[in-house]
Design a protein around this ligand. Structure first.
Ligand code: ACO
Length: 322
């Protein structure tokens, strides 16, 4: 294993064209724009078109990330797709993305860690590349979460949206000090029934819908997020004050604010996109990263903390010198 770090060379994103506002939702279920904004901070979400699958969103985000890095698919030898909403039960959505990008070589597989999927995928690509199994990876978070929703259940259907974000990861040049500095991944399966989909191949042979004990998720989220954030800070000898940007999973503005307050983070260092995208599960962190890179907030050399928490429960954080 090399002691060279793995950098995020570029990011990219894709959002489906259709935007659904809270007012649009209030025509389907008994809810209001005011309730949704007050409890979650969400104003709108994007919804994939009929026939537009997770692999389409993922491939579009990947193309953008490769374009931003100035590379082509020939330069990639690993594709990881973090998703909870695969095109099919098998093969992996990553294999379909591989075909859509015209790639015959290398390897492709999915990661299923629900909303923490992108953080898990970054950690996996980091290890894969450092261990010499490949040179450059496309790490994608992509979801068509709208297809898992019960559109008669106002307690869940207002929370989610569709989208994809992607990152090109590669080994840093020798002596280069930037890249992934540390990662902490956690899960505790004893919480699986607080946030889950009530269907599956082996159990019901159906797809199912998202079910959630919202208050329970909320209760655990802030503590779990802050635990892993402190762990990676401790592991690297950094403090909260050193952070330039905090890029959290975008589930709910109140969870993001709660974590920010507990960590003592100034709100201006926190990247928030939940208002525009809602909760896009594994896509939320790379979508937020892409927003902050594209608008010039995240710059080369910045210290960036990404974190996520979701079904399982799974949670994790990664500290990256950009
Ligand atoms: N519109 C209007 N009223 C609603 C809606 C809605 N969309 N949803 C629920 N209500 C009602 C409830 O029926 C209830 O009415 P009642 O008092 O007459 O029974 C009332 O609003 C309050 O409901 P609560 O569930 O107590 O509302 P709460 O303040 O807990 O907010 C929420 C619910 C937003 C889900 C909150 O619990 C939460 O943020 N939980 C975190 C879960 C989360 O973010 N999950 C995302 C996925 S997990 C992840 O990615 C980490």
């Amino acid at each position: 294993m090399t002691d060279r770090k793995t950098i995020i060379r570029s990011v990219g994103a894709y959002l489906p064209a259709q935007v659904m506002t809270n007012d649009d939702l209030s025509k389907i279920v008994d809810t209001t724009d005011e309730w949704i904004q007050q409890r979650t901070g969400i104003k709108q979400r994007h919804i994939a078109a009929e026939g537009e699958n997770t692999s389409d969103l993922a491939a579009a985000a990947a193309r953008k990330a490769m374009e931003n890095a100035g590379i082509t698919i020939a330069d990639i030898d690993l594709i990881i797709v973090a998703t909870t909403t695969p095109d099919m039960t098998f093969p992996a959505t990553a294999a379909v993305v591989q075909q859509k990008l015209g790639m015959h070589h290398g390897a492709a597989f999915d990661i299923q860690a629900v909303c923490s999927g992108f953080v898990y995928a970054v950690a996996t690509a980091d290890s894969y590349l450092k261990n010499g199994l490949g040179k450059r990876a496309l790490v994608i978070g992509a979801e068509t979460a709208s297809r898992l929703l019960d559109w008669t259940d106002r307690t869940t259907c207002v929370l989610f949206g569709d989208g994809a974000g992607a990152a090109v990861m590669e080994l840093a040049k020798p002596g280069e000090e930037r890249g992934v500095l540390a990662t902490a991944l956690r899960s505790d399966g004893f919480h699986w029934n607080k946030l889950y989909v009530d269907g599956g191949v082996s159990s019901t042979r159906t797809i199912g819908h998202v079910r959630m004990e919202g208050k329970e998720v909320f209760k655990h989220a802030v503590g779990m997020i802050t635990d892993v954030v402190y762990k990676v800070l401790d592991d690297t000898g950094h403090t909260i004050e050193d952070l330039d940007w905090f890029v959290p999973h975008q589930a709910n503005k109140r969870i993001i604010d709660g974590a920010g307050v507990k960590l003592g983070l100034p709100p201006e260092k926190v990247v928030v996109t939940v208002d525009k995208h809602a909760n896009t599960s594994a896509a939320s962190v790379p979508l937020a990263l892409n927003t902050a890179v594209a608008d010039g907030r995240i710059k080369r050399g910045d210290l960036v903390m990404i974190e996520a928490m979701g079904g399982g429960f799974t949670w994790g954080a990664s500290l990256i010198r950009w």
